[in-house]
Design a protein around this ligand. Structure first.
Ligand SMILES: Cc1cc2nc3c(=O)[nH]c(=O)nc-3n(C[C@H](O)[C@H](O)[C@H](O)COP(=O)(O)OP(=O)(O)OC[C@H]3O[C@@H](n4cnc5c(N)ncnc54)[C@H](O)[C@@H]3O)c2cc1C
Length: 313
């Protein structure tokens, strides 16, 4: 039996949890979804059944804390008889997965991007520049998935939700969050299917209105290159690349970004890349699926108009 951790954010199941359920279902064993957190309407969790869970367990917890969540998840895995735990590699997923593996004395395979073939799990390495295929003979394993690696399909129907509590071995929380300040964007960058990203070619922060407008019209998150956040044109939580966030959206639109190797390290696994640059020799064009050679200040208004027309149709 495979256990999948469902992350709750703003009272809802995070999309990455549905992706993890689909993946776990395809591993071939029964899937139990375990949601930990605070959700006003627990019947919302029944939806997990649509994505592959045959049982849904809810463990009420007031707030996220790595050690407490890892203890509860590993207790759930032991008591429900699960040898495989699947966790999406979100910020909190990455924080609890190694702790769960230690508590269960399990092998951990992180950053998985595909279903296993010949018992080997494919994972991205060297900032997505290469893949490794990893096998384990361990009887217990924890697998983290790179978000946006799998299509999400409805494959079942809703199931009833069981409220349960598990002994977390009187684990004292090691950290306490004092204040939470939400990062600016409407759509979390790591979960976005479409990302509109811009670089130094935008000349200054006063020109980001059109980037935001385009992103809004496309239902996209916004991102930026490192110099842009270094110069405080945009906040650091939008910085993608080797020293920033690694993302894997379905569509990455890079505007006025040269395509330096350090930037590409964080975005080159995007499914489709569109580069807009006035320099036809810009390195981004070598990795882009589509390119527009032109001045961003002329091209973006045209894209905005096209997106408006498309949204009206
Ligand atoms: C150790 C290390 C780590 C790094 N980590 C990162 C990282 O994580 N992420 C990252 O992004 N960078 C990183 N960098 C920096 C990286 O090397 C590049 O310097 C940076 O990505 C360049 O940002 P840019 O493309 O926005 O700016 P530029 O290199 O200045 O490129 C601007 C681009 O905009 C184009 N342009 C200009 N005007 C227009 C216009 N009107 N219309 C259309 N196009 C226009 C230009 O042709 C040019 O291609 C790192 C560097 C080092 C050394």
């Amino acid at each position: 039996m495979t256990l999948v951790y469902l992350e709750i954010s703003d009272g809802k199941i995070k999309k990455s949890g549905f992706e993890a359920l689909n993946f776990a279902h395809k591993l071939g064993e029964d899937v139990i979804a375990v949601a930990i957190g605070s959700i006003a309407d627990t019947t919302l969790l029944a939806e997990a059944g649509k994505y592959g869970a045959s049982r849904v367990v809810y463990i009420a917890q007031p707030e996220f804390e790595n050690n407490t969540y890892a203890s509860l998840l590993s207790a759930a895995a032991s008591q429900l008889g699960s040898n495989t735990v699947v966790i999406s590699g979100t910020y909190s997923g990455k924080a609890i997965a190694p702790r769960v593996a230690v508590k269960l004395q399990a092998a951990i395979i992180s950053g998985v991007v595909d279903l296993p073939a010949d018992n080997a799990f494919k994972k991205g390495v060297f900032s997505g520049k290469a893949f490794a295929f990893v096998q384990t003979n361990a009887s217990k394993k924890v697998i983290t998935l790179t978000p946006n690696s799998f299509n999400i399909e409805e494959i079942g129907t809703e199931v009833s939700v069981e409220n349960m509590s598990f002994d977390n071995n009187s684990q004292t929380p090691l950290t306490k969050s004092i204040e939470k300040i939400k990062a600016g964007g409407k759509i979390p960058l790591t979960e976005a299917e479409v990302v509109v990203s811009a670089g130094r070619g935008m000349k200054g922060p006063e020109n980001w209105g059109m980037i935001e407008e385009l992103a809004d019209l496309l239902g996209a998150a916004t991102a930026c290159s490192k110099p842009v956040s270094d110069m405080h044109w945009r906040s650091h939580n939008e910085h993608v690349g080797q020293t920033g966030i690694t993302i894997k959206p379905n569509l990455y639109i890079a505007i006025g970004i040269s395509g330096a190797i350090q930037h590409l390290a964080g975005v080159s696994s995007s499914k489709v890349i569109v580069a807009i640059n006035k320099d036809p020799e810009a390195p981004f064009f070598k990795v882009a699926d589509y390119g527009i050679v032109g001045d961003a200040f002329e091209v973006i208004p045209q894209l905005i108009n096209a997106a408006k027309t498309l949204n009206k149709a």
